[in-house]
Each structure stands twice: as structure tokens, then as C-alpha cells.
Design a protein around this ligand. Structure first.
Ligand code: S3P
Length: 430
């Protein structure tokens, strides 16, 4: 098999227990906060993919002392809020939108120029959503027509009261991170509540804030203090979702995923799978770093046609591709209010539709979503991942149920969040 290609043959059995990699969203935040904090932050269970490595490299380039103390374990000696140093060259965010947008918030308060760059996929993604509020706060930001590279001249910032045009935890977090160094109280009012890992990390690092679903406020001038003890990153629900989506596809298939972050703002996929008729069980097992952790067990149930509307979208935006694939094999799915899918690592509506078509699966595209009839049988074939890890996962769900084998090109993209993907796939297909 050539590098960057994945060949998947259909399987008749699927099942097992596993733990998935650490949560990517939480990992980014712990790394950024650790670099901004006073003292040493110890983190274990960090997401192993390239995305979080980009955040680590950027914080290292800005003067944080970072030691790898074991697999997925880091010790970060922070520089203190407002005390990062200018990087020698560009800050390369790779494929990671979270790195670029959150970092934009961080460097906006630093009195020097930073240049944030990324790969071809990141260079296509919209950045006005962070440029506008951060400019209003006082940063000077040059871009390529609202896209990366971003050249940011940071400095003295003033607080804002901002209602982002779209519900996005990345926008909210960029503004709150800038707000930490701004004069006054910065408020973000969201059209719909989004994941609250930044706010939970504020608690861990001693930052006072006023937050409830859809509303977050932070007053500038606060110090971040490295937490005592070790921060443990729980398993990534978005990585758990791929195996859950496969397990729901056929009678007798199952999976049990341990150590998963059960943050309610991340569990839309669980609710969606239940609506689709899957047998889903959650068991809480622990608390860590302000998050609830538990086991997700999924098996096949009685497939039903399901609908996902705009209110649910922020809680399952990253999981929609694998849910779409599972629904094609099951009872079908209609999704609306998900236009954000078009500005992810790829245009996930049109690249899914194209890829599904190449595998013999019908999907009707809408500007803000899609419809997938149920009861379909993919035929296998060749399909490209468009630099998008979530597409590799969605095509894998279909490939395991194909009538022939499937060749996924560009499959290395999966390593941005799940480098061990192939090994875990083999484990579950044994
Ligand atoms: C993320 C927020 C979401 C999500 C992304 C990670 C985060 O993006 O899709 O994978 O860590 O804040 P948006 O904030 O753009 O919706």
C-alpha cells in the first residue's frame, strides 16, 4: 500500500473495547494556557495528532519551555500572561483552525508583530470572524482577503461586547483569550451555546469569569496560575464517534469506548445515534480537569430516519460526516442549519457528497445541510480525503460495509487528530 493511501475491505464482524486519543480541543487549551501561566503545568493524555503538535510548536517558538515527559505527557514552564516573546519566524499552525484562531487572540495582546500561517486547507478558511473582533479590540491585522496568513501587530487592547455571526467556540475563545489582557470586561454572546472548554480551563488556571450557556465574560488583567497536580486530558468524543457510527451499522456490531469526555456540549452525536435507532449507553466513571469522563457503549438497534436541526449542530458539528455515513447504512438522515460544514478542513457538504457518490451512496446536498436516504449499500471504489481527517473517518464507515474494497487517497490526513487510527481499526475488525 502506498503511503497516504488506505485500503479497506468490507468486514463481517466489528467489535471490541478501546480508549481513544486525548481530546483535541482540550489539549489545545491546556497547551496555550500552560504557556501563558505562571509556574509549571503538567499535562498527560494530550491529543497525539499533528494539530496539537502545531499549538505546542507555536508556544515553544514564543518562548515557553516545553518538555515531553512521556508519550502524551508534557511539562510547560509558562512565561506569564502578556509575556510571550516574538517568534523568530512564522507561526505555523499547519492544518489546525483551533491553533490559528486561538493564537490570534493570544498574540493580539502582545506588543510585536506575529505572522500566522497554515497549510493549503487552513489558508482557505474564513478568518474575518476573528479578525473583526480582535481589530475592534485594538489589534492591527493584515490578511489575504480575510484568510491566512495573518500578520498581527498586537498591543494594548480594550474590552468588547461581541455577538459572533456564527456559533463557534474558536471565535469565542479567541476573543476571551484577548480579553484576558484587555482593559475592562469582555463579553461574548453566542447565537447558540458552543463547547465550553476555554471557560473550564479558566477555572483550572485561576481565572475568574462569568459564564453560562451562550454567554461568557472575562475581566482583563488577571494572572493565570499553573494548576497544582497533573492535568489529565480525557478521550476525544469526536474520535469515539467514528467507532460508534460503525458499531451502529449492523446487527451484532458493537463498541465500548472508555475514558471519553462526557461534556454535554460535545455529546450531540450520542443523541443523534439514539434518534437514528442505535443502542447507546453512557456510564460516568470519573471527573478530571473539570470534565466528566465515562464509557460510551454503542450497538446496533432498530434503524430509524432521523432529523438534526440547527439547535443541535454546534454539539455535533465534527461528527456529522461519520453520522451521515452511518445513516446511509441505516434509516437515513436530514441535516439543516449546518452551513459551517462548508468552511471546515474541507467543504464537508460537497466533499462528502462527491465521495459518497464515488462509493455508490446517494446524498442530496443543500446549502446548509444534506439529506441521505437510508438502506444504501456502498460498492467500494476510490475516494479522496481532501486534506480532511473527518472525511477519512466517514469514508471508513462506508468502506467497512462495501460490496467491494475501498481505496482512500490522502488518508494521512487522519493523523491530525488520530495517528493510531489504522491500528485501532484493525483491533476492532479482528
Ligand atoms: C473547536 C471548535 C469547533 C470544532 C473544531 C474545534 C474548538 O470549531 O469544529 O474542530 O476546539 O474550539 P468552530 O469553533 O469553528 O465551530
Amino acid at each position: 500500500m502506498a503511503a497516504n493511501q488506505l485500503v479497506i475491505s468490507p468486514v463481517s464482524r466489528f467489535g471490541g473495547q478501546l480508549a481513544v486519543p486525548g481530546d483535541k480541543s482540550i489539549s489545545h487549551r491546556y497547551v496555550l494556557f500552560g504557556a501563558l501561566a505562571e509556574g509549571t503545568t503538567s499535562i498527560v493524555g494530550l491529543a497525539p495528532g499533528a494539530d496539537v503538535a502545531s499549538s505546542v510548536a507555536c508556544m515553544h517558538a514564543m518562548g515557553a519551555t516545553i518538555h515531553r515527559t512521556g508519550p502524551g505527557a508534557l511539562e510547560i514552564r509558562g512565561r506569564g500572561r502578556h509575556r510571550l516573546a516574538p517568534a523568530d519566524g512564522d507561526l505555523d499552525c499547519g492544518n489546525s483552525g483551533t491553533t490559528l484562531r486561538l493564537l490570534a487572540g493570544v498574540v493580539s495582546s502582545h506588543p510585536f508583530r506575529s505572522r500566522l500561517i497554515g497549510d493549503a486547507s487552513l489558508g482557505r478558511r474564513p478568518m474575518r470572524r476573528v479578525i473583526d473582533p480582535l481589530s475592534k479590540m485594538g489589534a492591527t491585522i493584515a490578511s489575504r482577503d480575510g484568510r491566512a496568513p495573518l500578520e498581527i501587530d498586537g498591543g494594548d487592547l480594550s474590552a468588547i461586547d461581541w455577538t459572533p455571526p456564527v456559533a463557534s467556540a474558536q471565535i469565542k475563545s479567541a476573543i476571551l483569550l484577548a480579553g484576558l489582557a484587555a482593559h475592562g470586561t469582555t463579553i461574548v454572546r453566542e447565537p447558540l451555546p458552543t463547547r465550553d472548554h476555554t471557560e473550564r480551563a479558566f477555572d483550572l488556571f485561576g481565572v475568574t469569569h462569568d459564564s453560562r450557556p451562550g454567554y461568557s465574560a472575562v475581566t482583563g488583567g488577571q494572572r493565570l496560575i499553573a494548576p497544582t497536580g497533573v492535568l489529565r486530558v480525557p478521550g476525544d468524543p469526536s474520535s469515539a464517534a467514528i467507532w460508534a457510527a460503525v458499531a451502529a451499522s449492523h446487527p451484532g456490531w458493537w463498541v465500548e469506548i472508555t475514558g471519553v469526555c462526557l461534556n454535554p456540549l460535545r455529546l450531540g452525536f450520542v443523541q443523534a445515534l439514539s434518534r437514528m435507532g442505535a443502542d447507546v449507553r453512557l456510564t460516568e466513571t470519573a471527573k478530571a480537569g473539570g470534565e466528566t469522563i465515562g464509557t460510551v457503549r454503542v450497538g446496533h438497534g432498530a434503524p430509524k430516519a432521523a432529523t438534526i436541526g440547527p439547535d443541535m449542530v454546534p454539539s455535533l458539528i465534527d461528527e456529522l460526516p461519520v453520522l451521515a455515513a452511518s445513516a446511509a447504512l441505516g434509516g437515513g438522515l436530514t441535516v439543516s442549519g449546518a452551513e459551517e460544514l462548508r468552511v471546515k478542513e474541507s467543504d464537508r457538504i460537497s466533499s462528502l457528497a462527491l465521495g459518497f457518490r464515488q462509493l455508490g451512496v446517494h446524498m442530496i446536498e443543500h446549502p446548509d445541510g444534506f439529506e441521505i436516504p437510508g438502506g444504501q449499500r456502498p460498492r467500494g471504489g476510490q475516494v479522496d480525503a481532501h486534506l480532511d481527517h473527518r472525511l477519512v473517518m466517514a469514508f471508513t464507515v462506508l468502506a467497512l460495509s462495501g460490496t467491494g474494497s475501498t481505496l482512500i487517497t490522502g488518508a494521512d490526513a487522519v493523523a491530525v487528530s488520530y495517528p493510531n487510527f489504522h491500528a485501532d481499526l484493525m483491533h476492532l475488525c479482528k
